[in-house]
Design a binder for this molecule. Structure first.
Ligand SMILES: Nc1nc2c(ncn2[C@@H]2O[C@H](COP(=O)(O)OP(=O)(O)OP(=O)(O)O)[C@@H](O)[C@H]2O)c(=O)[nH]1
Ligand SMILES: [Mg+2]
Length: 251
C-alpha cells in the first residue's frame, strides 16, 4: 500500500501536479462559481490540476451539481467522492486524498471564502522555497478578513494568539484551512490528527512544525460566505478548547 492508504500504483495519473480537494456540505450554489473561477485563475499558470469534491450527501443536492460539472468539464478535471452522510472535515480530506493524483494537494473551502486568486502565490511560494506546506494567513501583512462582525474577528484572532502562545507555534494563522501540502506530508499528518473543527487545522500545522516540516505563509483575504449558512456555535468553541488542551498535554 502507498503511505496514504491507496493500493500501490492505483489512481496515479502521471502529470497531475495539483489536486484541489474541496469538501462540500450544502454548497450547491457555490460549486459552479468556484470551478469557474479556479479555471480562470489557473489557466494563466499552465499547471496541471484536478478538483476533487468530497460531498457528504448534502441535502441541497450538491453532489448532483458536481455531477453536472463533471459532465460539462470531464471526469479528468472534476472528481466526486460521494459519502453517505455528514462525517466531518478531517475524514473528508482523507477521502479526497485517496482519490487525488497530484504531487501536491491544495485544501480549500467551497464557499468562496478561499478565493482562487491566491493560488498563484501559494504555488510560487512553494516553488521558491521547496516548502512542504504553504499556508494561507489572515494575520500577516496583506492578509485579512472581510464580512465578519467584530465578535467573530476577535474570537478568531484571540484563539490564534492564545494557541500560538501556549503551543509555541510559529505560524500566524493556525485555524485557517486554505493550504497547500506536499501530498505524502498531508497523508502522514492526517493519520495522526485527532481534533475536530477549528482545532483540526491547528493540530495539523502544529504537528507539522514539531516534525520539522518546512512551512511558508502567504497572506490571504478571507471573505465571509455569500451563500449558505455558517455553522459557528457553542459546540465549535468547546471543540477548539478540547483540541487545544489535548495538544498541550500531548506535544
Ligand atoms: N464533506 C464535508 N464537507 C464539510 C463538512 N463540514 C463542512 N464542510 C465543508 O467544509 C468547508 C468549510 O466549512 P464552513 O461551513 O464554510 O466553515 P467555516 O468557513 O469555518 O464557517 P462558515 O463559512 O461561516 O460556515 C465548506 O466547503 C463546507 O461545505 C462535512 O462534514 N463534510
Ligand atoms: Mg466557510
Amino acid at each position: 500500500m502507498a503511505g496514504d492508504g491507496r493500493p500501490e500504483g492505483a489512481g496515479t495519473r502521471k502529470g497531475v501536479e495539483y489536486s484541489i480537494i474541496v469538501p462540500t456540505y450544502n454548497e450547491r450554489e457555490n460549486v459552479g462559481a468556484l470551478l469557474w473561477i479556479l479555471r480562470a485563475e489557473l489557466a494563466a499558470l499552465a499547471v496541471s490540476y484536478e478538483v476533487v469534491f468530497v460531498d457528504d450527501n448534502s441535502p441541497d443536492g450538491t453532489a448532483d451539481a458536481v455531477r453536472e460539472l463533471q459532465a460539462a468539464f470531464g471526469p479528468e478535471l472534476v472528481h466526486l467522492v460521494s459519502r453517505p452522510g455528514k462525517q466531518g472535515l478531517g475524514s473528508a480530506y482523507a477521502a479526497g486524498l485517496r482519490e487525488a493524483n497530484g504531487e501536491f494537494v491544495i485544501l480549500m473551502d467551497a464557499d468562496l471564502s478561499h478565493h482562487p486568486k491566491h493560488l498563484p502565490a501559494f504555488i510560487s511560494s512553494q516553488r521558491a522555497s521547496n516548502a512542504d506546506i504553504v499556508t494561507g494567513t489572515r494575520y500577516r501583512l496583506g492578509g485579512g478578513v472581510a464580512g465578519w462582525n467584530l465578535a467573530r474577528k476577535l474570537t478568531s484572532r484571540g484563539a490564534n494568539i492564545l494557541a500560538s502562545f501556549l503551543l509555541g507555534a510559529r505560524t500566524s494563522d493556525l485555524t485557517g484551512a486554505y493550504r497547500l501540502y506536499r501530498r505524502d506530508v498531508l497523508a502522514d499528518l492526517l493519520c495522526r490528527t485527532r481534533s475536530r473543527g477549528y482545532a483540526f487545522q491547528m493540530e495539523v500545522i502544529v504537528r507539522a512544525q514539531y516534525d520539522g516540516r518546512r512551512i511558508e505563509e502567504v497572506p490571504i483575504v478571507f471573505v465571509d460566505r455569500l451563500y449558505g449558512t455558517s455553522k459557528l456555535g457553542v459546540g465549535e468553541y468547546v471543540q477548539f478548547a478540547r483540541g487545544l488542551l489535548g495538544l498541550l498535554l500531548e506535544l
